[in-house]
Design a protein around this ligand. Sequence first.
Ligand code: M6R
Length: 608
Amino acid sequence: MCGIIGATSSRSVGKILIKGLHLMEYRGYDSAGVALHQKDQIVRLRALGKVAELESLMIEHKPKAKSGIAHTRWATHGQPSKQNAHPHDSHEEIFIVHNGIIENHSELKKQLTDAGYTMKSETDSELIAHLIHFHKQTTQDSLKALMNATQDLRGAYAIAMIDASVKGSIFAARHKSPLLVGQGIEENFVASDPLSIINITEQFFLLEDDEFAHITKHDINIFDANGHSVDRKETVIDATATATSKGNYKHYMEKEIYEQPEAVANTIDGRLLEMDVADNIFGIDSSKAFADIKRIQFVACGTSLHAAKVARSWFERICETPCYVDFASEYRYRNPLVENNTLFVCISQSGETADTLAALEYAKQKEYLGTVTICNVPTSTMARESDWKIFTNAGPEIGVASTKAFTTQLAALLMLAVAIAKSQNKNTELRQQAVQDLRNTPALIQEAFELLEDINYITKNISEKENSLFLGRGMYFPIAQEGALKLKEISYIHAEAYPAGELKHGPLALVDEDIPVVAVAPEDSLVEKLLSNLEEVKARGGTLYVFGNNRSTIEIKKGKFINMPECGDFNAPIIYTIPLQILAYEVACLRGTDLDQPRNLAKSVTVE
Ligand code: M6R
């Protein structure tokens, strides 16, 4: 999704900005642009498509500037085009880049048009430049004009702005969309994603909602909504923890799949005792507070939602606690009734997903016992806004398709289930078993990688199809959903997941000789029932690809049985995910899609 970077320095900033945009490419975008303060005017270059196109324009025009702002845009209002790309300007004086959505854009556009402003794009963002210009006419002060303009905005925004009359300055504002300031030597930066400048600085000042910043190459000043100066503590983000090279892998997704043994090892590292989880691994006093939990409400989106759905079974079994799982985008619109002693848990790789963040904010106004965030980015808004948290420590996930984020979320969720049961003195044996399974997980993931040859036996067939079905039962239904999501998002093959028992209630009509049916069939209490459901597929001539273990009784004439490593009860969902990720990856490679940045998708979805 959109990315902002701004730099003011004693050296030329063109290359810094382009490099920063390249480092944010993983977020997904459709156009890119830059505005540079050159002599007494601002030069703007914009390109549709990849950052490389913008880079070519920079090489052609060779702008020389020591301050500027740049942006990658992911279209929300107005189609991807050069005209709609940021930066947007007003009177070639005020230039802005914006992440987020302005909800009252129609109303504001009308007011501005009535006041004589002309809109040159179809975006909601352009009006911000005009609004600042409008306020500047009365205040004559760029920062005040920005502050006054934001009072008129409804929605979400991270804004970076430059003003042709204030050379070397960058102004910034944040409301419900991430933005931070980076501190260098004789240079300072604003960015929506620390990865864009992590190769230049490790020292950051995180902006809170409704704060503003004014930076020059020597100074960083942060202000609250009333214009009072804020004394912000510096946050150090370790560059080594955010290494972003692909190494010898062809794609980030491939690298991230094969990093999973280490990623899960990092999630559990230092958090397990011999037979239990350590106390307070979710933060100060969490163990004490967890003793009172009677129910759990999960919210998340996409892959993170699948993690919640898998984990529900663990919470019901290990903590004997009822769990509700909601799409973050739906949760706050259904007026949820909160029973006493309910814990609110949000799960998010990025910790910035707008729907999940909005759900968390809504939950904080309700009578929850407390809020927990499970996420991969310690500096994220969700992490800051929750009472308790655990970081998955998976390292940066760059591929749009979540892989290691998912398996590490599952590991963290299993630790949460054990932590709650421990606080409530419940199910000691199950807790021990869960902890043992967590310890064995990295090695089992490694074993699952050995299935590559078997998986490649089926990838060609699947890559030639346009539709597929994924089946599972119990906690393996969300694993089937995750497998289907992976396949559809990176290969563009239509993939639908069903609990296998539902097949006969409709989807069986889709089964013929042509459709591949992938089944997740580990040995659990439901496997016999699942195998009967698969007989229904066989009877209709369907091609079956079944992931199970060597005690499985299914005979497959058309398709393939893939023998999975022997897993524990608690780590099997994690291990059965691995071949589905590899399957999706290999199929997408055969189809030649842009699988690290699939069409229409963004890594971090910061708009509602
Ligand atoms: O950062 P989050 O985990 O909150 O992101 C939520 C979804 O957008 C994300 O899981 C998405 O579904 C995956 N990238 C799909 O692989």
